[in-house]
Write a new protein. Structure first.
Length: 82
């Protein structure tokens, strides 16, 4: 589930909540003082790396093929394919 960062406009407390992307977040209150004067902070996004591609190979830096050779060529990296 996504984490959402907030900051309280009353006491300055920064906190995060974890909830579904479609969950109602209109009633968020500060975890320290209970104020409803909170603003969402936009920061970086965490995207976990997939361990293996569908064919069982590592996705590698190109996002295609594997860290070994493709089944149709003898190259050791898909980066060498044009």
């Amino acid at each position: 589930m996504p984490c959402y960062d907030y900051k309280c406009g009353e006491c300055g407390e920064s906190f995060e909540i974890i909830c579904g992307i479609n969950d109602d977040r209109s009633g968020i209150k500060c975890t320290k003082c209970g104020s409803d004067k909170v603003e969402r902070n936009f920061g970086s996004v965490y995207l976990p790396k997939k361990a293996k591609a569908k064919g069982g190979g590592d996705m590698g830096s190109s996002g295609m093929g594997g860290s070994k050779s493709c089944s149709t060529c003898s190259a050791t990296s898909c980066a060498t394919c044009g």
